[in-house]
Design a protein around this ligand. Structure first.
Ligand SMILES: *[C@@H]1O[C@H](CO)[C@@H](O)[C@H](O)[C@H]1NC(C)=O
Ligand SMILES: *[C@@H]1O[C@H](CO)[C@@H](O)[C@H](O)[C@H]1NC(C)=O
Length: 265
């Protein structure tokens, strides 16, 4: 009995392998059965210019398989449904998003490629939308100091995404505050520090904010600096107003800038 069964199994195995051989041969050269990515999406930083009409991005995705795969996309783990007339369209495996919107479109994207043999999920690609809004405040109250006193003028930059750089206009453009041992503009906060005020410092100060990704630039409301008339500040010890953090993580090869500035006379 054992040998008979063994014989039957051998027959079955032979038949199977013959069948497999014939059924797989027409597919030879037509690539893998299960989808395999040939292109995966990469992360995108989109510079949003507020008055620019064409705001669209395309994430690419391509896979091979037999039968040819169909594609779907996810944002933050929920499926995107590209209905007619919606801002999404999928052509091939690529996802195009038009009329970009920083609230609805920022997130993590992934492409899925499926056929009857299975589904594969691409790596994660992020979409960051860099922007810089206008200042909301219209007016700033005057800052009143004694001659010789130290002062900090706050920039308070508007909502943004992307790295900012700061400068200050003194009275009228294009007269910018020059930095020296007495005056300092923090590139972390945008604030202007004057170690000890001199009569020539009296005037209007306007913070100028530039987004280094979008290259857009906005101005805050001017802050008037006025001198108090009740005397001159005597000498006093330095007081550190800006100090760098205890730990600064930085990638090898990059430039690091540690800010330090003190008020004093
Ligand atoms: C996706 O997740 C990120 C991080 O939590 C969030 O900032 C973003 O608004 C989300 N995007 C959408 C469209 O939900
Ligand atoms: C500062 O701005 C105010 C209001 O615009 C103006 O009246 C004043 O003359 C300016 N001061 C200087 C020194 O430019």
């Amino acid at each position: 009995l054992n040998s008979e069964r063994g014989h039957a199994m051998l027959n079955l195995a032979l038949t199977n392998s013959v069948l497999l051989f014939f059924s797989s041969s027409p597919l030879e050269g037509s690539g893998p059965l299960r989808p395999v990515f040939t292109k995966q999406p990469g992360s995108i930083v989109f510079p949003l210019h507020l008055n620019e009409p064409s705001r669209e991005v395309t994430f690419s995705c391509e896979a091979q398989g037999h039968p040819p795969p169909s594609y779907r996309w996810k944002i933050n783990d929920s499926f995107i449904l590209p209905q007619p007339g919606s801002r999404y369209s999928i052509s091939g495996g690529n996802l195009r998003i038009s009329q970009l919107n920083k609230e609805e479109d920022s997130g993590i994207y992934q492409c899925l490629a499926s056929n009857s043999f299975g589904t594969i999920l691409s790596r994660e690609a992020s979409l960051h939308i860099a922007y810089l809004e206008e200042f909301k405040t219209q007016r700033r109250s005057p800052v009143s100091v004694r001659e010789g006193q130290g002062v900090v003028l706050l920039c308070g930059p508007p909502a943004h995404m992307g790295e900012l750089t700061f400068s200050w206009i003194f009275n009228e453009y294009p007269s910018f505050v020059k930095q020296d041992t007495r005056r300092f503009v923090s590139q972390k906060t945008g604030n202007l520090y004057i170690a000890k005020v001199e009569p020539s410092d009296v005037g209007n100060y306007t913070c100028v904010v530039t987004n280094s990704v979008t290259q857009s630039r906005v101005q805050g409301p001017p802050t008037p600096l006025v001198l108090r008339s009740d005397g001159v500040m005597g000498e006093y010890e330095p007081k550190i107003e800006i100090q760098f953090p205890e730990v600064v993580a930085v990638a090898k090869g990059l430039t690091v800038k540690l800010e330090c500035f003190a008020l004093g006379k």
